[in-house]
Write a protein that binds this ligand. Structure first.
Ligand code: UTP
Length: 295
């Protein structure tokens, strides 16, 4: 029987150089999509998928992340004293239960694979999820769930390891991890190979690894051994590739929308999409966009 996926790892130790100077003194994961930090959207997705324990791999200058997922007594007392019951209730609803979060530090940004490896003692011997906070997903597809829930469904059905993928144009594949596609099944397909940042024209498909994973704990030992890969970093893809020698991997093409909030255009698009999904904001936003487009 497949063990349930209870824990999720959020690697948040990167430097966020693409968003300087905004990220000089503030973690990029705390930039907001409408009124929620990017990381809060991703934690929401994990909670909806049934995750019970949230493991953050942080680094220097990221302490505010720990504060965000804790109580804020002064603020909460002030909201209550001023009769702001709705705002208070919203904060309480977002607060993870006591003991449901863990924080560890990566110490040096040696790559995503290394960041995930840093969570090995907290995860222990059970399957776990990884969510890259750069990617924010929206349940806009027919299945009505966000990406991690769809990955966990595939894990329930087939066990092993699961990677969410997304289609891009063949000219873009060299910037990403790319999978090779095997047999198709209901809701997922078999992955027959993977490569991190393939040289132009050599990618095995146009399906890129898009920031949500369900992995078996054996990946930790392999991540400890793989060494530096593409870009001089310890790559998660290299650890998964080593694991694929002995374990099955499934791919899930997410039925919904994904926004790459690690890029400026993706981040701005996410703000527009999430803003337009809010009845309190959509009419004003639509009018503003019409004006900007000169309509
Ligand atoms: P990115 O490479 O997109 O993040 O890694 P970055 O380095 O913060 O961003 P730029 O390119 O300089 O703007 C994807 C995710 O992996 C985490 C990042 O925090 C991000 O959420 N990461 C990356 C780590 O936690 N540690 C690392 O060593 C590298």
């Amino acid at each position: 029987m497949t063990k349930p996926v209870r824990k999720a790892v959020f690697p948040v130790a990167g430097l966020g150089t693409r968003f300087l100077p905004a990220t000089k003194a503030m973690p990029k994961e705390m930039l907001t999509v409408v009124d929620r930090p990017v990381l809060q959207h991703v934690v929401d997705e994990a909670r909806e998928a049934g995750i019970e324990h949230f493991i953050f791999v942080t680094g220097r200058g990221k302490a505010v992340i720990e504060d965000h997922f804790d109580m804020a007594y002064e603020l909460e007392a002030t909201l209550q004293a001023r009769g702001k019951a709705k705002e208070y209730a919203a904060l309480m609803a977002d607060l993870p239960p006591a003991g449901a979060t863990s924080f560890t530090r990566q110490q040096a940004p040696l790559g995503l694979g290394h960041a995930v490896w840093c969570a090995r003692e907290i995860v222990g011997d059970e399957p776990f999820a990884v969510l890259l906070p750069d990617m924010v997903t929206m349940a806009s597809g027919a299945r009505g769930t966000r990406c991690l829930a769809q990955c966990i469904e595939a894990h329930r059905a087939h066990g092993g390891n699961v990677i969410a993928v997304e289609e891009v144009s063949p000219e873009e594949t060299h910037q990403y991890g790319v999978v090779a596609k095997g047999a198709e099944r209901a809701g997922s397909f078999e992955i027959t190979g993977m490569v991190e940042k393939p040289a132009k024209g050599t990618a095995p498909s146009n399906l890129i690894i898009s920031g949500r994973y369900v992995l078996q704990p054996q990946v930790f030992d392999l991540l400890g051994k793989v060494g530096k890969g593409a870009g001089g970093e310890i790559q998660l893809t290299d650890g998964m590739k080593a694991l694929a020698a002995t374990q099955a991997f499934s791919g899930v093409k997410f039925d919904g929308a994904t926004y790459d909030c690690g890029s400026k255009a993706g981040f701005l698009s996410a703000n527009l999409a999430f803003g337009m999904a809010r009845p309190d904001l959509a009419p004003t936003l639509r009018a503003q966009m019409r004006k900007l487009l000169g309509e």
